[in-house]
Design a protein around this ligand. Structure first.
Ligand code: AMP
Length: 281
């Protein structure tokens, strides 16, 4: 079975990209941490429609994990990932931690705005600086015309979009819709941590978001809808980090869903696994 060629170093990546540039090809990048599922593949298909050449980066970025998070146990399945991608991608960029963060590494990219909205950042205080720094590096290493990010990580999508605009990075950010299992659970590399019992409860996250969104659309106030949603998840056995309605662009808190675009965002833990999801109202 075909395995996508792999570049383990920045030098090898730049050599491939340089050759494609001389052919006049446009380049699209899909940054991932691997353990690829259909959600990732849908982003690669979007990338394919944008550009003649597609690079998928696979790097479990240590700087975006907190000290008590799952960096050590995060699944690493590079050969399987390369088989899944097959010819859909032209190159997998899979650097080592030392390649990305050589001894003495001292630079961080951080931002405010969407990165300090009080959602993921409230529970993962160093997360978005880790994301912004590694995405900056990936953009500088790959020099893509397009980069595709999933709406699954909605705050991350807004952070990357803001950073790209603020730093005048010549990359067009392309969003990809969340791909779900048949029962509504958003696909995630972390779903494999779920026990059978937890997996059976997990679709309550999307079901709760859908119910809350429908009620908000009929004009009910967030102040009544959101507590009901939180109670439903708590009753199903989740520990909630947040369930919020936010402005879909700025992520600022909303009072009324009639006057502005609204997104529901949730993070909740089940059996030690932290799941996030979001939905347009
Ligand atoms: P990750 O490997 O989890 O860091 O995710 C890499 C990229 O895939 C990010 O842009 C995610 O938002 C995106 N992604 C993750 N899960 C999904 C999904 N279920 N549907 C669409 N995109 C996803």
């Amino acid at each position: 079975m075909h395995m996508t060629p792999v570049a383990p170093t920045v030098e090898a990546l730049r050599r491939a990209v340089g050759n494609w540039r001389r052919e006049g090809a446009r380049i699209a990048l899909v940054p991932t941490m691997g353990a690829l599922h259909e959600g990732h593949l849908s982003l690669v298909e979007i990338a394919r429609r944008q550009a003649e050449r597609v690079v998928v980066s696979i790097f479990v970025n240590p700087t975006q994990f907190g000290p008590n998070e799952d960096f050590a146990k995060y699944p690493r399945t590079l050969d399987d990932d390369r088989r899944r991608l097959g010819t859909l991608a032209d190159l997998v960029f899979a650097p080592s931690v030392e390649e990305m963060y050589p001894a003495g590494f001292a630079t961080t990219v951080s931002l405010e705005g969407p990165a300090t909205a009080g959602l993921e950042d409230a529970f993962r205080p160093t997360h978005f600086a880790g994301v912004a720094t590694v995405v900056s590096k990936l953009f500088i290493q790959t020099t893509p015309d397009f980069a595709v990010f999933g709406e699954k990580d909605y705050q991350q999508l807004k952070v990357v979009t803001r950073m790209t605009r603020d730093l005048d990075l010549p990359v067009t950010i392309v969003p990809g819709e969340t791909v779900r299992e048949a029962d509504g659970l958003a696909m995630s590399s972390r779903n494999r941590y779920l026990s059978a019992e937890a997996r059976a409860k997990a679709p309550a996250i999307h079901a709760t978001l859908s119910t809350c969104a429908a009620r908000l659309r009929t004009g009910e106030a967030p102040a009544t809808v959101l507590p009901d949603g939180r109670r439903r998840l708590t009753d199903a056995g989740f520990t909630i980090d947040y369930l919020e309605a936010r402005n879909a662009e700025t992520l600022a808190p909303v009072e009324s869903v009639q006057a502005e675009p609204v997104r529901l965002l949730v993070a909740a833990r089940l059996d030690g696994t932290r799941l996030i999801d979001n939905l347009a109202v």
